[in-house]
Design a protein around this ligand. Structure first.
Ligand SMILES: [Zn+2]
Length: 253
């Protein structure tokens, strides 16, 4: 099935094809999910956390949307998807094989994943999961995805990563927060990725990965990374309370 519309990458009016976000082979082959409008979600998220009284239709076959033309869809597939999938597999196996932990350090080889391409795939997810105004307002993000070789992204865009295995998925929609300013948060196990825009303050809850864009200039054979693992029961960005604390309305002081 194809839908006519404006492709969010090349900005041409074309037949759009279904794009999986995250890539299908990154554990998104058979995801069952609901599409709920955001005001409904914010009003009823406690119910949704408990999977009660959900009236929306269940979608099957992997999370995604009609947002790219076939050409752009293929471009992401050839260029970046493998690296996203490889990194997802590394993080998934860390979670699976490490027992209980809140924070963990691990190593992986430089050749296992091109971190610049991983980051470009992440940016494409933020572009596709936001309305057209997003790429218009932040054109450098669009250029970063469209130019495979480019390492250039202005410093106002910063990225953070955490591990995730429980809670709700987060779609990466832009939101304005009172503590961190402009935030997009995309969560799909085994990780969550935060894009922070125009905030010179570092976000301390998660590990900064902005330097992934400089992958080509890193002359190490092996990377060491430390990541926190968080549940995502709250719909609010960077709210990582446990299920119990969230349901009981307990805030950490
Ligand atoms: Zn296109």
């Amino acid at each position: 099935m194809a839908v006519k519309g404006i492709c969010k990458l090349c900005l041409n009016e074309k037949e759009l094809t279904y794009e999986h976000f995250p890539p299908r082979s990154a554990f998104n082959r058979n995801t069952r999910f609901y599409r709920i409008n955001s005001s409904d979600y914010y009003e009823n998220f406690q119910k949704y956390n408990k999977s009660r009284k959900i009236k929306a239709k269940i979608n099957q076959g992997g999370l995604g949307d009609y947002c790219l033309c076939e050409e752009c869809n293929n471009y992401l597939g050839f260029s970046y998807v493998n690296d996203y999938v490889n990194f997802a597999k590394i993080c998934f196996s860390i979670i699976k094989n490490s027992g209980e932990f809140k924070s963990i350090s691990f190593k992986f080889k430089k050749e296992e994943v091109n971190l610049k391409y991983f980051l470009k795939q992440v940016v494409s997810i933020f572009i596709c999961n936001n309305e057209a105004w997003f790429a218009q307002s932040y054109p450098e993000l669009l250029n970063f995805v469209k130019d495979k070789n480019s390492s250039h992204l202005p410093e106002k865009y910063r990225f953070y990563l955490y591990l995730n295995e429980e809670g709700q998925l987060k779609n990466g929609n832009w939101s304005m927060t009172n503590i961190h300013g402009e935030i997009c948060e995309f969560t799909f196990p085994p990780f969550g990725i935060i894009l922070s825009i125009n905030n010179s303050e570092r976000i301390y809850e998660a590990s900064e990965i902005t330097t992934f864009k400089n992958y080509d200039d890193i002359f190490l054979d092996e990377f060491n990374i430390t990541l926190n693992k968080y549940p995502t029961y709250s719909p609010f960005p960077l709210d990582f309370r446990s299920k119990e604390d969230f349901e009981n309305g307990i805030y950490e002081s």
